[in-house]
Design a protein around this ligand. Structure first.
Ligand code: ADE
Length: 253
């Protein structure tokens, strides 16, 4: 997976992606991070990339031309490297489709992704019309720029790229992949602060363990994120079980 990021703050992207699991994935060659400074494509001697909005109003707008030239340069480099497939261009914006694990899974199938990070009051609409294929938001709140949302997306997508996580299973069995939250985890010591690890975890009985994991996932989801249960695939018995938890929660409130 090759990530190309058009940004005014390349060091923000590079620094964040260079640590922890993504940093290791870069070193191992599972992913690459190519942050390109839009300012390098400014056509004036002051390196300005923003201007006043037509029609007036607060704030500045990023100009079309530097963004377009930056994009063309990335595309030229990709085709020099023999990439001829169409590359998705994701514009991070609160007006986009809200990012989800399912979207991350689809993006993880791509070999290349381009992220466009805006700043100020946004980017001239004409270049967005010209190059953007996907508008994506990370949630219903407004950030100062697209870098953090791009990092959120790249982090989520990276861990789905084969080889990035040590354990191939952990990307599949965790929260959201089946619209169920993950069961609670414990590690040594066996007793901490007067609290013991649930005895079933020490039993070594795989059937009991699997049942306990499933039951805990259902309890967690029903009590913390009941909205997810609509989409989860549950047996009739499980459906009755989560309904009784939700009922209990309603009576308690
Ligand atoms: N830019 C500013 N806020 C954003 C958000 N919530 N998601 C994506 N991009 C953004």
């Amino acid at each position: 997976m090759n990530f190309h990021i058009m940004t005014l703050f390349p060091e923000m992207i590079e620094n964040a992606m260079a640590v922890s699991i993504t940093g290791r994935a870069v070193k191992a060659g599972h992913i690459s991070v190519h942050a390109v400074n839009i300012r390098d494509y400014a056509a004036n001697k002051h390196n300005r990339v923003d201007d006043y909005p037509y029609g007036g109003g607060a704030g500045m707008v990023m100009q079309a031309e530097p963004v377009y030239r930056c994009y063309l340069d990335i595309m030229a480099q990709c085709s020099e490297n023999g990439i001829d497939k169409k590359i998705k261009v994701i514009y991070l914006s609160p007006q986009g489709k809200v990012f989800s694990q399912q979207m991350a899974q689809q993006y993880a199938e791509e070999d290349n992704l381009i992220f466009l990070c805006g700043h100020y009051e946004g980017i001239d609409e004409r270049v967005l019309e010209e190059i953007v294929t996907d508008y994506v938001s990370i949630g219903d709140y407004v950030l100062t720029g697209g870098e953090l949302p791009a990092l959120v997306m790249m982090d989520t997508i990276s861990r789905l790229v084969p080889g990035v996580l040590n354990n191939d299973m952990s990307a599949q069995t965790e929260s959201f992949s089946e619209y169920l939250l993950e069961y609670p985890q414990y590690t040594r010591p066996e007793e901490w602060n007067g609290k013991s690890v649930p005895p079933v975890l020490l039993s070594g009985n795989h059937k009991l363990l699997a049942e306990w994991y499933r039951e805990q996932s259902l309890i967690r989801t029903a009590s913390r994120r009941p909205d997810l249960l609509e989409k989860a695939s549950l047996s009739e018995e499980e459906r009755a079980f989560v309904c009784s938890i939700a009922e209990g929660a309603r009576n308690y409130n």
